[in-house]
Design a protein around this ligand. Sequence first.
Ligand code: FES
Ligand code: FES
Length: 156
Amino acid sequence: MKSIMMKINGDQYTLEIQDNWTLLYVLRDVLHLTGTKYGCGTGDCGACKVLINGIAKNSCTLLAKNLENHEITTIEGLSQRDKLHPVQEAFIEAGAIQCGFCTPGMVITAVALLDQNPYPTENEIVVALENNLCRCTGYKKIIDAIRLASKKRDRR
Ligand code: FES
Ligand code: FES
């Protein structure tokens, strides 16, 4: 076991972890933050994406022991009390959710994209979503949702 410190959703944690524990395992099985999903476990589907120091990354392929003092934001950390993040609201408004399994990873990718590029073109959205798989929606409504979230920034 190794003791590491991490900031997760704004709270500081000291965690006792084993060398082979992934960040996804720590989030879901140690901290019970189950909004982050386990899809493939091999870095291919994006269901496990979280923000690490503001960058969207797959948590299933990262060892927690290498993330000492990193700042992690999961889907649970995006909303504020009962108020959803504007990207979450846009996904609902655009009807971009069917089974919802891919949605946390999609939203995390969208948040990271819009933070870096507030007004992405459709092609830039498609490129950003390359590592996020959805088996339900056909992607169009997800792209619509991210465009909607981008437009909503002007109204805030
Ligand atoms: S579960 Fe991590 S990329 Fe699929
Ligand atoms: S909504 Fe079902 S996998 Fe995307």
